[in-house]
Design a protein around this ligand. Structure first.
Ligand code: FAD
Ligand code: SF4
Length: 493
């Protein structure tokens, strides 16, 4: 334990983000760092409680409580406080292949389960993690570490998101020959073409890790869709085992009148085209939808919607609104949402913070549903028609929504972005492989086992669990690698 009275003496301090009105002028990351000595003191706030829930990674009431990859949080908090940064790094890398990703984008279920958080602001676990890895890169402690010996086994990982990368890293460590196939032109999955650059830098952070992995001997093949550009029969013949990490890439649609109008698009297409154009040409090629001087309406109040708010603002949109069907969450934990559950409380995320700085208010409109989308004679979207709803419990306790008469609104809209989540993996490859699906259309494979209905084919990440988080994808990628390795050893294929 760092300092027995640390949590009594010091208050929580997180690095300030760059000022909203300043950071919206560019696409650079908005995170800043704390000075080293201040960050060390944050480590001292960890009270090394008897039963640390922060690293438990349990599912409680449908949400993650504690760190899904079981980071050894109290240990590295202690080491940070003592200034043992290199030792903290060694502990961190035992459980997390990519702390530079989670340290930036993880919603930190660990902090929701932190014991200090019972009556004080919780320990800054996420920024402590980020500080350890960022310092390690700066100090030159992170260098390629290829395996000493190679086996004769060849494994294909399909999909290069965090699940595929974690899986490839672990299988490569075990000495196997690993090839990662990616249909996009760059490696990283949603780390590259989902989460925007200002939240996670594509070159300095994502590509830096991909380059390290290449130097460790992993073979990356881009612009190749398995099942289309590379036949399934060849895949099976060329490899001893396959791990599917192809994500849940089918976006949820909105079947309302006007859906087919020009200017109504999936949020993910808007975001990925923007990042590609940014990386290819600093947005000079025009291969993206610009929100400049436009009214933007985003349907979906979650994180993807927030990324669309921040992207539209950087384009210079005229206005931006985010429609959310659920009620506004409470400021503090509700009675039915106790510690150490994930706190379902109101937060002003970076995109909304920027909207407040420009327009003076949070762009989210809660308890609002879309009735129809209207366009002009040329088929361009011009309006979104909404109505407010209330959620009422029926006799079984199930919440049902009812429209509130007289609350209809017409919102001006030149761009409408659908950010309502994802419905499972694309069909092409999964069907060609003839794999069983679960009731939500994800690839059927039990958590902790990862074996699909086909021999020698494993599945991990969003393709198996459905739309989730980077930290769960890393957890599953690591565990699927272990399952695949055990399969190869057992069957000696
Ligand atoms: C806009 C957005 C923002 C998000 N922000 C956050 C965040 O801030 N924090 C967080 O924790 N989570 C966030 N998430 C969720 C997180 O990104 C995902 O849960 C995570 O990336 C899933 O990892 P994965 O490896 O399973 O799949 P993915 O990252 O989806 O990667 C799958 C890859 O497989 C490729 N692929 C699919 N089929 C084939 C094929 N047949 N052949 C070759 N390649 C194929 C795809 O092109 C894709 O690159 C966000 C999601 C979105 C959409
Ligand atoms: S990976 Fe996420 S949950 Fe785990 S310690 Fe880091 S921020 Fe917390």
């Amino acid at each position: 334990m760092g300092k027995s009275t640390g949590f009594l003496e010091y208050t929580r301090e997180v690095p300030k983000d760059r000022e909203p009105l300043e950071r919206i002028k560019d696409w650079k990351e908005f995170h800043l760092e704390l000075p080293e000595e201040v960050q060390q003191i944050q480590g001292a706030r960890c009270m090394d409680c008897g039963v640390p829930y922060c690293h438990s990674g349990m599912m409680i009431a449908g949400g993650a409580s504690g760190c899904p990859i079981h980071n050894l949080i109290p240990e590295w908090n202690d080491m940070i406080y003592k200034g043992l940064w290199k030792e903290a790094l060694v502990r961190l890398l035992k459980t997390n292949n990519f702390p530079e990703f989670t340290g930036r984008v993880c919603p930190a279920p660990c902090e929701g389960a932190c014991t200090v958080g019972l009556n004080e602001p919780q320990v800054t676990i996420k920024t402590n993690e980020c500080a350890i890895i960022d310092r390690a890169f700066k100090e030159g402690w992170i260098t390629p570490n290829p395996p000493k010996n190679r086996t004769d086994k060849k494994i294909a990982v399909v999909g290069s998101g965090p699940a595929g990368l974690a899986c490839a890293a672990e299988l490569n460590k075990a000495g196997h020959h690993v090839t990662v196939y990616e249909r996009a032109d760059r490696i990283g999955g949603l780390l590259m073409y989902g989460i925007p650059n200002m939240k996670l830098d594509k070159i300095d952070v994502v590509q830096r890790r991909v380059d390290l992995m290449s130097a460790e001997g992993i073979n990356f093949v881009t612009s190749t869709e398995v099942g289309k550009d590379y036949a399934v029969a060849d895949l099976k013949a060329d490899y001893d085992a396959v791990v599917l990490c192809c994500g849940a890439t089918k976006p949820r649609d909105l079947p309302v009148e006007g859906r087919a109008l020009k200017g109504v698009d999936f949020a993910i297409d808007f975001l990925s085209a923007n990042t590609k154009s940014l990386l290819d040409s600093n947005l000079a090629d025009g291969n993206y939808t610009s929100a400049k001087d436009k009214h933007v309406v985003i349907i979906g109040g979650g994180d993807t919607g927030t990324d669309c708010v921040a992207t539209s603002i950087r384009h210079g949109c005229k206005s931006v609104l985010q429609l959310e069907i659920m009620p506004k969450p409470p400021a503090t934990r509700a009675e039915g949402n106790p510690w150490p559950e994930w706190p379902k409380t109101y937060k002003l995320d970076y995109g909304q913070e920027e909207a407040v700085a420009i327009y003076g208010n949070d762009p989210r409109q809660y308890c609002t549903t879309t009735k129809k989308i209207v366009g002009d004679a040329d088929g361009n979207v011009t309006e979104v028609h909404t109505v407010e709803i209330e959620w009422i419990a029926d006799e079984t306790g199930r919440m049902t929504m009812t429209e509130i008469a007289g609350t209809e609104k017409i919102l001006p809209a030149d761009i409408v972005l659908l950010a309502m989540g994802f419905l499972g993996p694309d069909d092409l490859l999964v069907d060609q492989l003839g794999l069983d699906r679960d009731p939500r259309s994800n690839v059927q494979a039990d958590y902790g086992v990862y074996q699909t209905s086909a021999d020698s084919i494993f599945a991990a990440g969003d393709v198996r669990r459905g739309q989730s988080l980077v930290v769960w994808a890393i957890n599953e990628g690591r565990e699927a690698a272990r399952a695949c390795h055990a399969y190869l050893e057992k069957n000696n294929v």
